[in-house]
Design a protein around this ligand. Sequence first.
Ligand SMILES: C[S@@+](CC[C@H](N)C(=O)[O-])C[C@H]1O[C@@H](n2cnc3c(N)ncnc32)[C@H](O)[C@@H]1O
Length: 345
Amino acid sequence: MAEARGLASAKRFWKAVSKGYPIIQRIPEQTSQERTAYSSDFLYTLTTDRLRMDAFRRAVARFRAHRVLEIGCGPWTPLVDLCLQSGASKVVAVEACATHAELARRRLKDAEAVQVINGRAADLPSEVLLAGLGGPPQLIVSELLGYTASEEGAPAILLDLQRRLGPTQVVPRAASSWMLPVRPLELSSWHCLKNWLLHGGWPSRLQPGLYDCRNFPESLELAAPQKWEEFDFTCAETLEAQLQQECHLSFTLPAGTEVGGVLLFMRADLCPGVDLDTRRDETSWNHYLLQLPPQRVGESGTLVVSVAVDARSEDVRYRFEVPVFDPDPAVPGLANKNMRMSNLE
Ligand SMILES: C[S@@+](CC[C@H](N)C(=O)[O-])C[C@H]1O[C@@H](n2cnc3c(N)ncnc32)[C@H](O)[C@@H]1O
């Protein structure tokens, strides 16, 4: 029953994606953890993401690991299946959500090599994680990547495991988040109607704030992407130094260009030669649009975006700040203001 519902939801998702029109939905103010608490239907869609599954299959197969620890197996355990297919003889699969863990247990009831443990990785003693493996893991597999590299808490979770269990290979071994400025998105009434039918929102006038978006037209991109956070999951020292990051990105645009916002997306480096780029590849990952107040860049053509990230806990916090140039006089109160979106103080 749950599987049939997941399949139907995955079909709807890929059908909407294949139509190519921009899909856009305002994100309410939420913590990273609330935003990334996925339903089992949504997690089913991930198992039908061919590019994602193929990339993980190739990366996991490279290691031929016998003892594997998976963090966040979800209800459908697609990465456990890949580990078993690659010759793993012991897999411990940890899942924080009790309902997902129960579904995973039922799914894997005949797989003697697999133990499913319900709990957050950081709350489980090392002895509990290691008992079912019969030794330290040779590989940690963990798809805790959101639309951004850090929002599902992968940096803090993997650093904790690297410290407790000793240096261990990880798939994915690294991930980074990128952004690029875009022109304002203007949707036809037809596309507004399609969005309304899909998720109940009518996106004709985008207000400043954060949006979940998909199929954002390439023709509206204004500059090459730049990186705003990066994490190396294989090395505890490097990862520890990356938990707090700040950068000031400077984009050069033609003077006077109208800017609608910045598009945020993610790149994951699964192992040498196998990567995923959620802007380049048509995967199940959407993007974020940080919609700015209506504005044009000044004579210098420079758009500066300042970003701060605090990934020391699983509840990752961000601050994005963009000076507003030449604000639209029709929008009261914008003059000389910065556009600031922050849950990091
Ligand atoms: C993006 S899903 C990936 C599911 C599955 N591994 C896959 O690749 O399709 C992430 C899963 O990790 C779980 N999770 C998130 N944080 C966790 C933590 N700290 N410890 C264990 N599981 C966690 C979530 O409940 C969710 O089921």
